[in-house]
Design a protein around this ligand. Structure first.
Ligand code: NAD
Ligand code: IPM
Ligand code: MN
Length: 353
């Protein structure tokens, strides 16, 4: 029997509520399709920080390295500054493991009344490809004369040709496997160095993909078009910050952040890829048992696909979409009154059926 070693980091807030539900679904999929998941849970996050002074132990990354995949909930707690918590756990995993492709599906599921009037599931089906290791998130900069009128803050964005090429190639390949349309999102009217390099590299790589239709958009216009003409989009590719922002817009188009899944992939498979919902720790609803676990469950389906458990991945996604379609069991973010656990049980029930 195939065994997959899974590092589990529930993290903070609703991460600790939705990840146990996702794990139950993964386990049930294993029982049904004949594989075993061997989870190791790491209690890292803001609670750990408050008692240990660090978000994870010093050798945390080394300890994660040998797993087959990482399943993470969310990081962030009002008691710890966000830049401290995120730069202490989530961002170092993405960067040091070179999980360079952050893939985020945006689909309006049948049974969800999205915010765009008249739009149907077939109109909203995109795949975001986010550069996940550098760009605006390079983490290079500093502050001088802090708190004085002369204060200067620098946050340098770094775009290397190597990373730009690999993410664009990944996006072109994905477009080729889908509807052969790629939206290349930059801001090369204002950012004459970094974004123009992205445009140059896209044009060069695009010559290898004459069958893929490329549309070049500035990020502001992309936000506008995603709302007015979502049906045009298939695969979108953008640098780290732009895609971060546009994927929350995408989550809104899906009807809730509680439905938005993501995979942080190392397509070379040298490091464990990490799977996490797009949403954060949601301190406004944490601890109430009301968080929507659907994003975590969809993310579990992406995880299983990555592990090669294709049938199980499909079964999880089909069970999830069946529950959504039935409109019976849903959490308050989707207008329902059910609890996190009840949604999980409904998905487990649909899987068993
Ligand atoms: P958030 O995603 O946590 O919440 C935004 C809004 O969406 C909130 O109103 C929240 O209640 C709602 N929401 C999110 N997920 C939901 C779910 N599953 N079910 C129902 N409602 C849901 O974003 P935020 O408020 O900007 O950030 C809160 C904290 O999370 C911050 O510390 C932030 O840094 C962190 N954060 C972490 C991650 C991550 O670890 N991947 C992602 C985003 C934000
Ligand atoms: C996301 C989150 C993170 C990001 C934050 C928490 C650092 O918003 O995964 O979308 O910006 O990448
Ligand atoms: Mn985000």
């Amino acid at each position: 029997m195939n065994t997959h070693r899974l590092a589990v980091i529930p993290g903070d807030g609703i991460g600790r509520e939705v990840i146990p539900v996702g794990l139950k679904v993964i386990d049930a999929a294993g029982d049904r399709f004949g594989f075993r998941i061997e989870p190791s849970e790491f209690p890292w996050g803001c609670g750990y920080y408050l008692s240990h002074g660090a978000m994870m132990p010093e050798d945390g990354l080394t300890r994660l390295r040998d797993f087959d995949a990482i399943y993470l909930g969310a990081v962030g707690d009002p008691r710890v500054p966000d830049h401290v918590s995120l730069w202490g756990l989530l961002l170092p995993i993405r960067k040091s493991f070179e999980l360079f492709a952050n893939v985020r599906p945006i689909r309006l599921l049948d049974g969800i009344d999205g915010p765009l009037a008249g739009r149907r599931p077939e109109d909203i089906d995109m795949m975001f490809v986010r550069e996940n290791t550098e760009g605006e998130y390079a983490g290079i900069g500093g502050r001088m004369a802090v708190g004085t009128p002369q204060e200067i803050a620098l946050q340098t964005s770094v775009h290397t040709r190597r990373s730009t090429e690999r993410i664009l190639r990944f996006a072109f390949d994905l477009a080729r496997a889908r509807r052969r349309r790629l939206a290349h999102v930059t801001k090369s009217n204002a950012l004459q160095y970094t974004a123009v390099m992205w445009d140059d590299v896209a044009a060069e790589i695009g010559r290898d993909y004459p069958d893929v239709e490329v549309r070049k958009l500035h990020v502001d216009a992309a936000a506008y078009q995603m709302v007015l003409h979502p049906d045009w989009f298939d695969v979108l590719v953008a640098s780290n910050l732009y895609a971060d922002i546009l994927t929350d817009l995408g989550a809104a188009l899906q009807g809730s952040l509680g439905l938005s899944a993501s995979a942080n992939l190392d397509p070379t498979r040298q490091a464990p890829s990490m799977f996490e919902p797009v949403h954060g720790s949601a301190p406004d609803i944490a601890g109430q048992g009301m968080a929507n676990p659907m994003a975590a469950i969809w993310t579990a389906s992406l995880l299983l696909e990555h592990l090669g458990e294709t049938e199980a991945s499909r079964a999880v996604f089909e069970a999830l979409t069946a529950v959504v379609r039935a409109r019976e069991v849903r959490t308050p973010d989707l207008g329902g009154h059910n609890r996190t656990i009840e949604v999980g049980d409904a998905v487990l029930g649909a899987m068993a059926a």
